[in-house]
Design a protein around this ligand. Structure first.
Ligand code: SAH
Length: 399
């Protein structure tokens, strides 16, 4: 049976939600102890019982749930999700039509009107990622909606919430259709990527860097020597090699990165033996490279927002300046540093301040060639700038 829970929002916050801010903060809820089960549909009202918005209760990072509609009469059911998914698919029409790219995001959480859920497309397969128990509880309706809108070979899921102690009707990542090969090979601007849909949370490639990879391949690397740090499965190295780089070096701490990077080179017809793939802490590698006076024409920096290794704790907001300073020392004059971060805790402006600071402290000069944020398929809600997390800057070292 369809049920909604009336939830009173404190006066100070009502305007914000009426104007479309989507994330429900703890501070904004007047009667917090009324919240009972994640996944319940909320009818947000003000202290005079006037309607504000429909939402759902789901615990995710800083939020208690997401606004789903500003319409009083909206029912949050299969039809509702069908409309949302239809619009999202329509918005990605050009991606569906492009045969050179067969991997992209179809539904980007609050950017497409439903926070806590993303849907990615991999050559006929769909991958749903659930970011809270709350949204996962709406799985039946969402799945029904998705199936009514698109044709699919198979549908997979990832749960990005803590499901310990929770009864779940499934443990598998596979939901329905035909099982995918492990890996399936998808295309991105004609390059090949190996995608593992049923092998833990890391599927192989971060789709949000598509435009950055293309730019590297098409504009910057011909005949150049490239260092790719925090390289994961080597996606940037692949695009550098395809763009005619004379050599790439990929460095990542994770053992599995070696095999996966080799695989990526080989499915793109690149001679693996001519590339270096190093399993090591990046910070040790920097020390080694500085001592050996190595110089690269391009250094890619794409660290996680937060990481702990045996010797180091890295936090992008605290340590990016130092990371840049290491990179600057091994970048040739006239060379490029591709500085990337997916940390939502600081803005592009602050990130550019980090860059200025690093160069200033080393008494060197730079020029910003170009910058990137999320690509078109990672649609952002204008009212929720935290969702626009990606920042990538191409920096030329002048002297
Ligand atoms: N640049 C990659 C994505 C990076 S994901 C791409 O384009 O696909 C972050 C990676 O950083 C992970 O693979 C993780 O193993 C690695 N990592 C985290 N801390 C590290 C460290 N101190 N040294 C080397 N790699 C590290």
């Amino acid at each position: 049976m369809y049920k909604e829970l009336d939830l009173i929002i404190k006066a100070k916050f009502t305007k914000n939600y009426r104007e479309g801010y989507p994330l429900i903060s703890k501070e904004s809820i007047f009667d917090l102890n009324k919240l009972n089960k994640e996944g319940e549909i909320l009818n947000l009202i003000d202290n005079k019982k006037k309607f504000i918005a429909k939402a759902y209760y789901g615990m995710q990072n800083k939020g208690y749930g997401w606004v789903l509609s500003l319409k009083t009469n909206e029912k949050i059911n299969t039809e509702y999700f069908t409309r949302k998914i239809k619009l999202a698919v329509e918005y990605r029409k050009e991606f569906y039509a492009d045969e050179t790219t067969t991997a992209f995001r179809v539904f980007n959480g609050e950017g497409d009107g439903v926070g806590g859920l993303t849907i990615d497309y991999f050559d006929g397969y769909y991958l749903l990622t659930w970011y809270s128990i709350g949204i996962y509880k709406l799985k039946k309706e969402i799945l029904q909606a998705l199936k009514s809108v698109i044709d699919y070979k198979g549908i997979y899921q990832k749960k990005r919430f803590d499901s310990k102690g929770m009864y779940l009707d499934d443990s598998d990542d596979f939901i329905c259709g035909v099982r995918a090969n492990s890996p399936i090979i998808v295309k991105e601007n004609s390059a090949n990527f190996a995608i593992y849909l049923d092998d833990g949370s890391m599927i192989g490639v971060f789709l949000d860097q598509r435009d950055v990879r293309k730019t590297i391949r098409d504009k910057y690397v011909k005949g150049k020597i490239i260092l790719n740090t925090f390289s994961y499965t080597g996606a940037f190295s692949i695009f550098a090699a395809l763009g005619g780089a004379s050599k790439t070096t990929s460095v990542d701490l994770a053992k599995r990165s070696l095999e996966k990077t080799k695989e990526h080179f080989s499915i793109n017809g690149i001679d693996v033996d001519k590339q270096d793939i190093i399993v090591e802490d990046v910070f040790n590698y920097f020390k080694y490279a500085i001592r050996k006076k190595l110089l690269f024409d391009m250094v890619v920096l794409d660290p996680p927002s937060f990481a702990r290794s045996k010797k180091h704790t890295f936090s992008a907001s605290k340590d990016y300046v130092n990371l840049l300073k290491e990179a600057i020392q091994i970048t040739a004059k006239g060379g490029i540093i591709v500085a990337s971060t997916n940390s939502a805790s600081f803005s592009m402006m602050i990130f550019k301040d980090f860059i200025s600071k690093a160069f200033r402290e080393l008494n060197t000069k730079f020029k910003v060639e170009e910058s990137f944020s999320l690509p078109k398929d990672f649609k952002v809600d204008k009212k929720f700038q935290d969702g626009d997390y990606l920042k990538v800057v191409f920096i030329r070292k002048l002297r």
